[in-house]
Design a protein around this ligand. Structure first.
Ligand SMILES: O=C1O[C@H]([C@@H](O)CO)C(O)=C1O
Length: 580
């Protein structure tokens, strides 16, 4: 079956946390519409970019894009950005776009007509392989945090059953929210002196949060505590029923804990894979992850309960996010009679590591993991300075995107468009690197080099955390791999020991995921098979960290990629393939 969506991406003024700012919406909404599909369906999204002066690209997070690597939606890797103009008639549209910009500045009343006339159409088409919970979001600059995101819910084929049962199925996305524009943030991050984005102003539950409008310095008219757009999200339950709640996180920065006052949650799915069920009070969730939990409405039904998200892993000033867990037929806005739970301590690393260790594959759904690997890449994550700017580097390479998407460059042999010398599999001097110390890392450079993997080989990635540029500080980084699910074979504290630690890998029932945290001063080991022809980003899902270089790219089987659609071209050296 084909699921066909028509989306218009557009800036609108919204007040998701009561504070009014420009938000990128899809068909007027943020979060955008949920994509609902069944395993094996083809999804088609016709995307009209009505941002007028801003490019866009949307990534289908967790969808492996087997046979359609050009539809991954990663600007600079799998496609050129989608211009506010028709990609297929590039030369013509650029002229028009220039004209419209100047007209718009003069006459805003003509705005919507110009949008309709010049908006670009870009076709995403891909096949859904796995049932489960996925996400979509912008993958151009730091645009995701302007509100361009949503859920993908994929059901099993008709007649197949999940290994658990429930009465109702719901999806929510957790997010953090900043009042500064992505531009102001990006400018600060690339300035000397460096200006950090700071803590988010609020936490959103399914696009709703609450900023304190009495905060000093807020201009009048910008914050309205009674705006219905920022009334808390309400999750209504019928007493006695069991709910499958699909929870995704797309925070720009925050690691979160999530809890429903007085209710346990049984974790049953992670990133589209069934887990051996385990019970939690607080679910820790990192940006780019999804979980399904089962919740039974088995508490006193005469009242409502709080739902709380809290920022953890960094000392922070962000107030907790609140929603209402509403027992029918109580009024949905009836305030719970209790003080909201205050959540776990932000610095309780052990509780978070323990949850990571608890996630195992469901015994009936184990994808057997190869018992050995062909290549081991140890990725040392460091914060350092390059030419005076604060950057993140992976094996001393601070990643930058090329102007010509790798997919086009590699397929069409435009090898002059990016740095050819590959980054190292392990840095020189790794054995002596002190992960507990502030390291000046004078060897770090910026580069758009990539790792080329031999097709069908098994690759181990060790994410090795270290101290930042601040003493006694190491952060949590959620790493996301495009185009694959990987087995999470191990977590450890301190420095990875190449000869000893692999002996303790879980090669029996490791979970498969597409996003995984590396905890402070720790390491995380992943294994995947390089069997999906294409070019795939692997990066920290913290928006500002990827912007600062915390990423890498893998190529595999480029010779097996079919002819590329010209709709992904039109930038850098890929221009030459666009026929008039
Ligand atoms: O990338 C980051 O930069 C700041 C800080 O380390 C420098 O001010 C921070 O907290 C990050 O996560």
């Amino acid at each position: 079956r084909i699921r066909h969506y028509r989306w218009e991406v557009k800036y609108e003024f919204k007040s998701p946390d009561c504070y009014r700012k420009l938000v990128i919406t899809i068909n007027g909404r943020s979060p955008g519409p949920t994509i609902r599909a069944q395993q094996g369906d083809t999804v088609i999204v016709d995307l009209k970019n009505s941002l007028l002066t801003e490019n866009v690209a949307i990534h289908w997070h967790g969808i492996r894009q087997i046979g359609s690597p050009w539809a991954d939606g990663t600007e600079g890797v799998s496609q050129c950005p989608i211009l506010p103009g028709d990609t297929f008639r590039y030369m013509f549209v650029v002229d028009r776009v220039k004209n419209t910009k100047s007209v718009i500045l003069l006459t805003t009343s003509l705005f919507s007509e110009f949008v309709d006339f010049y908006a670009s159409m870009f076709l995403f088409e891909f096949v859904i392989i796995n049932a489960g919970t996925y996400l979509y979001h912008a993958h151009y600059g730091m645009q995701r945090e302007a509100g361009l995101y949503g859920s993908i819910r994929v059901a099993l084929p008709t007649g197949e059953a999940e290994p658990f049962s429930y009465d109702y199925d719901r999806s929510i996305i957790l997010n953090d929210w900043y009042h500064k524009s992505t531009y102001e943030q990006a400018a600060g991050l690339s300035s000397i002196p460096f200006v950090w984005v700071g803590d988010p102003q609020s936490l959103l539950i399914q696009g709703r949060g609450r900023f304190n409008c009495s905060t000093p310095g807020i201009a009048t008219g910008f914050c309205n505590a009674t705006n219905p757009e920022c009334s808390p999200y309400v999750f209504t339950v019928v007493p006695g029923k069991t709910y499958r709640l699909r929870i995704g996180s797309l925070t720009a920065l925050a690691a979160l804990s999530f809890e429903i006052e007085g209710h346990n949650m049984t974790v049953v799915e992670a990133d589209g894979h069934y887990v051996e069920p385990f019970v939690v009070n607080n679910l820790f969730i990192y940006s780019g992850e999804t979980y399904s939990v089962l919740i039974t409405a088995n508490q006193d039904p005469s009242r409502n309960y709080w739902t709380v998200t809290k920022m953890v892993s960094r000392n922070n000033t962000t107030p907790n996010g609140l929603a209402i867990f509403n027992y029918y037929p109580n009024h949905p806005t009836k305030s719970p009679p209790t003080v909201p739970p205050s959540g776990p301590f932000w610095n309780d690393i052990e509780a978070r590591v323990n949850q990571s260790l608890a996630i195992k594959s469901h015994p009936n759904y184990i994808h057997p993991v190869p018992q050995t690997s062909d290549r081991v890449i140890i990725l040392l994550n460091t914060q350092n300075r390059i030419n005076g700017s604060v950057k993140w580097s992976i094996n001393n390479v601070s990643f930058t995107l090329p102007h010509t998407p790798y997919l086009v460059s590699l397929k069409e042999n435009l090898l002059h468009t990016f740095e050819q010398a590959p980054p190292p599999d392990v840095i020189n001097g790794y054995d002596n690197y002190d992960i507990n110390a502030v390291a000046p890392n004078v060897n770090a450079t910026s580069s758009n080099s990539l790792y080329r993997l031999k097709f069908n080989t098994t690759v181990d990635i060790i994410l090795q955390n270290a101290n930042t540029l601040n003493v006694n500080n190491s952060e949590t980084h959620p790493w996301h791999l495009h185009g694959h699910d990987f087995w999470v074979v191990g977590y450890g504290r301190g420095k990875f020991n190449v000869s000893e630690d692999p002996k303790r890998y879980n090669l029996v029932n490791p979970i498969m995921k597409n996003t995984v945290p590396v905890h402070p001063y720790g390491w995380t080991a992943l294994r995947f098979i390089a069997d999906n022809p294409g070019v795939w980003a692997f990066h920290c899902h913290i928006e500002s960290h990827f912007f600062m270089g915390m990423g890498a790219v893998f190529e595999e089987g480029i010779d097996k990629v079919a002819n590329l659609p010209s709709s992904i071209m039109g930038c850098g050296d890929s221009k030459r393939f666009v026929k008039p």
